[in-house]
Design a protein around this ligand. Structure first.
Ligand code: ARG
Length: 469
């Protein structure tokens, strides 16, 4: 039997319609088709097919002549897709069959040999894995750029004192640089989560065929290497069944999105008229069409919101996957759109955050004034009583509380109390106490490892600047 004699009945699917007397209902076609979204996998699909064809030829399963024709045809199809001249067909369901059909138009019956020892199940698994792998790489470089911008802010503002908060109540003075470096640490962990996920996902499902492997003498190590994988996946059922690589990507993205959202929230608060801690650049602010005075932090708000899509995608795909028996089920076609959407949202949010952070200007005077209000050096006073007067910390806490109350009743700050006032609460207090009551003294004294002192911040920023080179 030659290739030419093979064909589906009229109206039936050209790829699998051999046993069907009639074509699908329009609704069937609509629910079944994924070409509307999986055309995003075109480049990966062609790369996977080229590697597969090369391996088939090297193993003597197809001729070199057919391989050359297949390879050329695939490249033509891809360039048509990239230039927008390719005609996608819903009847051909997905990217895999659209490309193969075009290949047949371009090179004739040899196209039908490409699918030897392969199924769409391992085909889609390898395509999607390569796509997600690219996105993990993009997230890693987006995070690196963002971390560099944060380190730049930390270096410039290593000694700028601002209030540190707990419960969003003024707690103790910290430095702007320290606050920036906190996010560097968080984004560094996000980056390592993408790196870990990438390492684990870098095994190749191609050659698992439909689910059980194949009787053809294929070389899965060769295709794995050709496509940049560390190894072929060891179990064919697992290879076509799992989407944990996409779930891990989404989980890393959701955590990263959560970090982005928290930083966004701070930028929204800090740029408000009530706080005035930071000025966002014109490039990353918008105006109001009715209130001329407004500068809205829309980019920060949208970064804050994007995590909704990302976490939603993670929950969505977990829900699709739970309860699926091995091996492939068509449910798994529903894996892609949410991952595409989440990846797009993450990359955009990372880029926008990098731009905002790079451009923003901390308003040092306002930060300092805010740091000095709210009795933010009360802990320094208590520590002084422990260190200099040898009070137990609990007693020092009570003495300090009484002094805070005195200042509060008079509407002044701790450093504004006179020594005589202080001595009414504890007779042994000396003039030297005033040395620890300024916000600068407070911040600079916190030299414990990981503490907020400018010296520490500069050391950490230098360490990261070097690591991020
Ligand atoms: N479009 C399908 C998907 O995205 C490709 C795999 C189809 N496999 C099958 N046995 N029908 O999952």
């Amino acid at each position: 039997m030659t290739d030419e004699t093979v064909g589906a009945p009229k109206g039936a699917n050209a790829m699998w319609g051999g046993r069907f007397a009639a074509g699908p209902d329009a609704i069937m076609e609509a629910i079944n088709a994924s070409i509307g979204f999986d055309q995003r996998l075109a480049a990966q699909d062609v790369a996977g097919s080229r590697a597969h064809a090369a391996m088939l030829a090297a193993q003597g399963i197809i001729t070199e002549e057919d391989r050359v024709a297949i390879d050329g045809g695939l490249l033509t199809a891809l360039s048509e897709i990239e230039s927008g001249t390719f005609e996608f067909s819903t009847a051909l369901e997905d990217i895999h069959m659209n490309v193969e059909n075009r290949l047949r138009e371009l090179i004739g019956p040899a196209a039908g040999r490409l699918h030897t020892a392969r199924s769409r199940n391992d085909q889609v698994a390898v395509d999607f894995r390569m796509w997600v792998r690219d996105q993990a790489d993009a997230a890693i470089s987006g995070l690196t750029a963002l971390m560099k911008a944060l380190v730049g802010q930390a270096e410039a503002g290593a000694d700028a004192v601002m209030p540190g908060f707990t419960h969003l109540q003024t707690a103790q003075p910290v430095t702007w640089g320290h606050h920036m470096m906190a996010y560097v640490e968080m984004f560094a962990r996000d980056r390592s989560r993408f790196e870990d996920a990438r390492r684990r996902m870098n095994e190749c499902p191609l050659g698992a065929a439909a689910l059980a492997g194949t009787s053809f003498p294929i070389d899965r190590h060769a295709t794995a290497a050709a496509l940049g994988f560390d190894a072929p996946m060891a179990n064919s059922l697992d290879a076509v069944s799992d989407r944990d690589f996409a779930l891990e990507f989404l989980a890393a993205a959701a955590i990263c999105g959560t970090h982005l959202s928290r930083l966004s929230e701070e930028l929204v608060i800090w740029s408000s008229a009530q706080f005035r801690f930071v000025r966002l650049s014109d490039r990353f602010s918008t105006g109001s069409s009715i209130m001329p005075q407004k500068r809205n932090p829309d980019a920060a708000e949208l970064c804050r919101a994007k995590v909704g899509r990302i976490t939603g995608a993670m929950i969505g795909l977990l829900t699709v996957m739970k309860g699926l028996p091995l091996a492939y089920s068509k449910d798994m076609q529903e894996d892609k759109e949410q991952v595409f959407d989440a990846a797009d949202a993450l990359m955009l949010a990372l880029a926008a955050m990098e731009g905002m952070v790079r451009d923003m200007e901390p308003l040092r005077e306002n930060l300092r004034a805010a740091a000095a209000s709210g009795f933010s050096t009360a802990t320094d006073l208590a520590d002084w009583l422990v260190r200099e007067l040898n009070l137990p910390f609990r007693d020092a806490h009570h003495v300090t509380g009484a002094l805070v109350k005195m200042a509060e009743d008079r509407g002044i700050d701790l450093p504004d109390l006179s020594l005589a006032d202080m001595q009414t609460v504890h007779a042994d207090i000396t003039e030297a106490v005033f040395g620890v009551l300024t916000v600068e003294a407070s911040a600079s004294s916190r030299l414990s490892y990981g503490g907020t002192a400018p010296e520490n911040v500069r050391a950490q920023a230098a360490r990261w600047a070097e690591a991020l080179k």
